[in-house]
Ligand binder design. Structure first.
Ligand code: GLA
Length: 391
């Protein structure tokens, strides 16, 4: 098979002239800590070895010229102060980040970009965050803009919030940009401090099971969950003025005032408060090498997402349920925003093939459709790529 980087560079030469820089930007998994990021809580994501490659160069004319290798589409526009929604979602992600650079008062001059990737789209692996972060990283290099990695992550999130119109938290962009090979990132979404936790790949492998269910409800229901969390905070603020987000709420305080809020708001809040604590406990498990306990918390996270936060779906639930009786799966849960996409599974080393066959068989019998598997490794975050090393 031809190297992917060779293909991207070949396309760049075909469409444009200059010598480009090559950037890689990965997708992400999240081990635990779902729907906690926009509540100022903790998450434990990691960058993976599925990524987007970008060839980028300044073009000396005031134009943005883009080629999506995978979609076989091109797009061209002049440099402007504001960009119109382009209709094609991949273009919007790129225009959104260009606009962010300009909002920071830094000039973007004309540039050419060819990109292509192997992150499954719509599977909840943050291909959009990889696209945003990769383009920003490339622009930072091309025009010596001097943005830090943290600024790049925040600008990528702002582009998604403001231009694309998804009110996501910071987890995806941060993880894609800051990832470290072999490590999960425990990120405090309030302070944006993070620490690295080695994941024991001598003991477990990571398997993603893709339902291929499209997450149509994801955006609207995501925003509903956000506002339910805010409603809970408003009620509790009447009692303690120091509360800004659910991060500041203890289990005891929530229980004490639960009658003052709608039952559904209480359930949403209870999930977030518990999930936040689960991340902290799960990090302790990693530190003490107790991967069994870590896996158990993944199941608890899933049950909370299913029953209290109600962002799962029957395909995800079935995938998790199947693994409950499999000794070589240490933990499993739905991952990301929900309503479809993937489950993440920790599989004891040496059992991958057998586990995949078992899951595929039961899934097919019950739902008459096929699950897709991705075995992933934890990799480096966004950075310059060496054309010789990439596939
Ligand atoms: C999506 C969002 C993230 C995060 C997760 C849920 O992936 O983009 O910011 O909120 O959902 O944990």
């Amino acid at each position: 098979m031809k190297k992917r980087s060779e293909n991207i560079l070949r396309l760049f030469k075909k469409h444009f002239s200059d010598e480009p820089v090559l950037v890689q930007s990965p997708g992400r998994i999240n081990l635990i800590g779902e729907h906690t990021d926009y509540n100022d809580g903790f998450v434990l994501p990691a960058a993976i070895d599925k990524n987007i490659l970008f060839a980028m160069a300044p073009n000396g004319i005031d134009k943005i010229r883009l080629v999506s290798a995978d979609m076989d589409q091109t797009y061209e526009t002049g440099i402007a102060d504001h960009y119109q929604n382009a209709g094609q979602s991949w273009v919007n992600y790129i225009l959104g980040v260009v606009e962010q650079v300009q909002k920071k008062g830094k000039p973007v001059r004309g540039f050419d970009c060819v990109f292509g990737g192997n992150i499954p789209i719509g599977a909840g692996l943050s291909s959009s965050a990889a696209l945003e972060g990769g383009v920003l990283f490339g622009l930072n290099e091309l025009f010596r803009l001097d943005f830090s990695l943290l600024e790049i992550a925040l600008m990528a999130q702002a582009a998604e919030n403001q231009f694309v119109g998804v009110q996501c938290g910071i987890m995806d962009q941060f993880a894609s940009i800051h990832g470290k090979e072999g490590h999960a990132l425990k990120l405090d979404c309030r302070t944006l401090d993070f620490s690295l936790y080695p994941v024991k790949t001598d003991i477990v492998d990571i398997l993603l099971c893709d339902t291929k269910v499209h997450r149509e409800l994801a955006t609207s229901e995501y925003n509903v969950r956000r506002s339910q969390c805010e409603q809970g905070v408003k009620t509790l603020q009447k009692h303690e003025s120091g509360i800004q987000k659910l991060r500041d709420v203890s289990h005891e305080l929530l229980e004490f005032h639960k009658q003052e809020m709608a039952e559904i708001v209480y359930r949403r809040c209870r999930f977030v408060v518990n999930e936040n604590q689960r991340v902290l406990n799960a990090c302790d498990d990693l530190e003490s090498g107790n991967i069994e306990s870590f896996g158990q918390r993944m199941y608890e996270s899933h049950y909370g997402l299913r029953d209290e936060y109600e962002v799962s779906c029957r395909e995800l639930d079935l995938l998790v349920e199947i693994t409950e009786n499999l000794d070589s799966v240490l933990g499993a849960r739905m991952m990301g925003g929900g309503f479809g996409g993937c489950t993440i599974n920790l599989v004891k080393k040496g059992n991958m093939q057998e586990i995949k066959e078992t899951i595929a068989g039961i899934y097919r019998t019950n739902l008459n459709s096929d699950v897709e598997f991705y075995e992933v490794n934890i990799s480096e975050g966004t950075g310059l790529a060496d054309p010789g090393e990439l596939i």
